[in-house]
Design a protein around this ligand. Structure first.
Ligand code: ZN
Length: 510
């Protein structure tokens, strides 16, 4: 036999596509041609496969070898095709029977010594195989656990090309995936650890309930990071589809936790303000890596010291925040990753960041203004809640009466509030108050009686709020009403919403 075919999967963003690896061997000059891969990885794959086959004790066919990856139009990146290429080649040369690999997807990178190395993105690759009707996959041992997360497929593992060869010849078994490890104890930071900061904790709860982006201002040590880190602990768990999506993104980034299993908690990402564009948005050579904004998909993206970020970086966040996805320009077409995040930004009031706050600030008023102007505009535009936090004084800590409620208690209120919002808006296709367009709250069925919005209109007339700010207050008022179990917001909820919107500092302009 001089022709064989083995199945594999290529990834485009998070979407996998079935790839056929064809091998044709004919008489003629002994050359090894590989088509259907981009140039750079093509040469690397050829070298790896040749060395791995030889070093596994197999005979390298002394014939004209053509390997073709189909469909040709699909951009193929990364090293996950190696093992399928080697298997197709050996089957095509007659070294191996081809029947045992029929209808099976084979994934894995080869080391020069013939070892099978893990690859990124096995979870979405296996999911794509199952969607295409495949019922069996062979994956690198180190990826086997994540492959078993996908239902409806038999996962077998290999650690070397040699083992695959033995299996195909019927002289040895494949490996079983390691059993799922016990999940780490649930936990992580809890809201009960945050003493005082009533306004901050309340703002966090409203943000979670309505899906609102949140800005925290205040001097270093005021607890901005501590609060932001606890937002995931009061968000609802991910449903099956969301969990698969989030876990797939971590698989592609190569950052899946070793214990395996679906990620059920909303993720939290806190890239440093000096992070590169690739780290934040995604990119890299070969198989593109999702950036922090995609690793925070369905969870929280926390930008600390956001005023220190470069303007270009802030600008790059704008589009993903708008439409919930990142589009990366690549040498061969574009790659897309989902990036639907809840944004939390934190900033000091000024560049000197004096821990004592404004009293000890050494910045001139114009420096302060410039610092804060960086934030207004593109980013602050999208943020509904702004809270100014103050460091707790020791005296206050000692006299705080009741302890802060734990995250579980707050999370239960958040779930109820979200259910109310979803029930109200589902006919219009919205789930969260933050998604509702302003005009739908200003007119028609959901318009509030003028008495209840009197304070809001006064703030607007005095120029304390912009028209956009008006809409944001309305959304917040609905979330506050949902948390309070009210049919609709009244004057008290609107007033509270104004406070959450404007904070106490009006320095960060509309
Ligand atoms: Zn200062």
């Amino acid at each position: 036999m001089s022709y064989a075919r083995v199945l594999c999967v290529g990834l485009l963003g998070v979407t996998g596509h079935l790839v056929e690896v064809e091998a044709d061997l004919s008489t003629g000059l002994p050359i090894f041609t590989l088509t259907g891969l981009p140039d750079a990885s093509l040469n690397e794959a050829r070298d790896r496969v040749r060395a791995a086959v030889t070093n596994s004790g197999q005979t390298w066919p002394n014939r004209r070898i053509t390997i073709n990856l189909l469909p040709a139009a699909l951009p193929k990146r990364g090293s996950s095709f190696d093992l399928a290429i080697a298997a197709a080649l050996l089957a095509g040369s007659g070294e191996l029977p081809s029947a045992p690999l029929e209808g099976v997807v084979v994934l894995g990178e080869l080391g020069l010594d013939g070892a099978v190395r893990p690859v990124r993105g096995v979870l979405p690759m296996v999911a794509a195989a199952v969607r295409a009707g495949i019922t069996g996959v062979i994956v690198p041992l180190a990826n086997a656990r994540e492959a078993t997360v996908v239902p409806g497929v038999t996962v077998r593992a290999v650690d070397s090309l040699h083992r695959l060869v033995d299996f195909v010849r019927g002289t040895g078994p494949l490996l079983d995936p390691p059993p799922p490890a016990p999940a780490p104890p649930p936990g992580g930071p809890d809201l009960a650890d945050v003493a005082g900061q009533e306004l901050g904790r309340y703002g966090l709860e409203v943000a979670a309930a309505g899906g609102h982006h949140l800005a925290l201002f205040g001097a270093p040590g005021a607890g901005k990071t501590m609060l932001a880190e606890r937002l995931p602990s009061i968000l609802p768990e991910l449903d099956d589809d969301e969990a698969l999506e989030v876990t797939a993104l971590q698989s592609i980034a190569g950052v899946l936790p070793p214990e395996g299993g679906l990620i059920r908690r909303p993720p939290f990402q806190a890239p440093h303000h000096s992070a590169s564009m690739a780290a934040l948005i995604g990119g890299g050579s070969g198989l593109a890596r999702p950036g922090a904004i995609s690793l925070a998909h369905r969870g929280v993206l926390f930008l600390d010291e956001v005023a220190e970020m470069r303007g270009a970086t802030l600008q790059a966040l704008r589009q993903p925040l708008e439409n919930g996805r990142v589009v990366l320009g690549r040498s061969l077409g574009t790659t897309e990753f989902p990036a639907r995040v809840q944004l939390v930004v934190a900033a000091n009031p000024c560049p000197c960041a004096s821990p004592a706050g404004d009293q000890a600030c050494t910045c001139s008023p114009s420096v302060r203004r410039r610092y804060q102007a960086k934030l207004s505009g593109p980013l602050l535009d999208r943020i509904d809640i702004r809270i100014t936090m103050h460091p707790l004084r020791a005296a206050h800590l000692m006299t705080v009466g009741s302890p802060s409620p734990p995250s579980a208690v707050v999370a239960a209120r958040v779930v109820q509030a979200r259910q109310a919002a979803t029930a109200r808006w589902s006919a219009r296709g919205w789930r969260l108050n933050a998604e509702v367009p302003g005009k739908d709250l200003r007119q028609g069925r959901w318009r509030l009686p003028p008495d209840d919005t009197a304070d809001l209109r006064t703030a607007l007339d005095r120029g304390l709020l912009s028209a956009r700010g008006f809409d944001r207050v309305m959304r917040l008022a609905w979330t506050i009403a949902d948390l309070d179990g009210l049919e609709r917001p009244g004057r008290a909820e609107v007033t509270e919403a104004i406070q959450l919107r404007m904070g106490e500092s009006h320095e960060y302009a509309e």
